[in-house]
Ligand binder design. Sequence first.
Ligand SMILES: [Zn+2]
Length: 510
Amino acid sequence: MLAFLRFYTAEELQLTWTAASDLAAKGAGRGPWLGRRLRVWMVSFLDDESRLPRLGCFWIREAMVENEEIAQEIQLHLQGLGRWFKAADVVAYSGREDVMVRWGTTKAIAESTARRWLKDLDFRYGTPVKGQYIDGHERDDVVKYRQEVFIPKWEEYQKRMILRDNDGNVVQRPPPDQLVILQTHDETTFYANDQRKSRWINKSEGPTPVRKGEGTSIMVSDFCSPDNPNGWLCSKDGTQEARIVFKAGKNRDGYFDNDDIIATTENAIDLFETNFPQNTGTKALFLFDNAKTHQARAADALSARKMPKGTKYWNSPSGVPMRDARFADGRPQPLYFSDGQFKGMEVLLCERNLWPAQGLRAECKKFQCPSPDAVLPTCCARRRLFNQTDFKNQKSRLQELIESRGHYFLFYPKFHCETNFIEMCWGRAKYAYRMYNIPRDEKEQEKNIRKALDSVSILSMQRFANRSARFIDAYKQGLSGSQAAWANKKYHSHRTLPPDIVAEIKRSVE
Ligand SMILES: [Zn+2]
């Protein structure tokens, strides 16, 4: 960076900004990739002197994957390969002429490095089987949810959103009583002292519970929207925030669990309503990762999993009596007799006229039924009750909370982080975070994290949101994960992909 500045300010050289940075990169034995990085770092440094990059860190091959830009490039390349790929595919990619020029490298990475990178990227890919990795992205159940549930709902809501082009100009603004404001949520981890370890968390089943007391990491949970005044969700007067920063401290043992996500969401709804008063009719659409901690149902939710077949005094697994079920016509069906005895599966099915004359066994062995998706299973009582609409449609506690407040709720499809633009905000923030000096203590670390998060501009968020919308549009138009990745590399300007690009990708990419 010093060489860059000296070249630029040396009057006898008369170099432009770009030429000076490229020359400095060349002097370090690197290519245009470093030159570009130098320019980014310098602008950032001139803006805030504390943002001095930790030199030496970024062009060590091992650390390259921690550069979010390169990580995303690899991720999209892998997505372009389809369902299966090997570490060798990453090696081959890193050895491509155009890639080496871009990264400023001179040879392909080693296979061991590729394997380490894949491990670092494992938030996207399932467990490796015999050296191959499967892309959970295209799993049948995941695609089914994406195409049949997520996209139709998204399309319906998107018609009611404020839409902008990539320069931030509004191109669609529905009236307030129609308006839907997206609020996307996610959690991420910033690592404490060794900033090079800022590894993405595993997303294959969503964020694993993070111990709050662990000294090395700080977790952030936040909501953001391209329509919030500052992007990140705050109260209108700016005094309250939706952001939760879990400090590493001995007195904060425990996990970020379902109770925490419920509490932060309740707070988020309150904050949203200070910005968008409810008498205007404007609604929020809250979007979450489909993670285990987010899926939990209410303590009194209907569940056929442990119910006894016969009538008896019975405690539900949660210890809380279950709410009423619903008959097909919508009338409530109490699960208990007036003396407090639990009716049991047989009585419940009888009351629905669904108990066959020849009877049903309570449950197939280990609940492994021969045809679990049948509308009216004939194998066992548990499956028959389990597949009843009211039992099947039990919502998560999170969804019930949001809908009870009059807003909308949606889970992102699993493994599809490209559809949640907050991922790109994390990436941008972590990039800024690594520019700061290593924090002296936890207090400074939190300060740095907040500063890094707040450095993500509203225009960036609007562009990130457009990029995610473009991915969703690609899936809507029938592109696969690999094709969508290709389309997004080729085309950056709108929220939707033009039909000729879609047709070309369908022809040329598998
Ligand atoms: Zn069965």
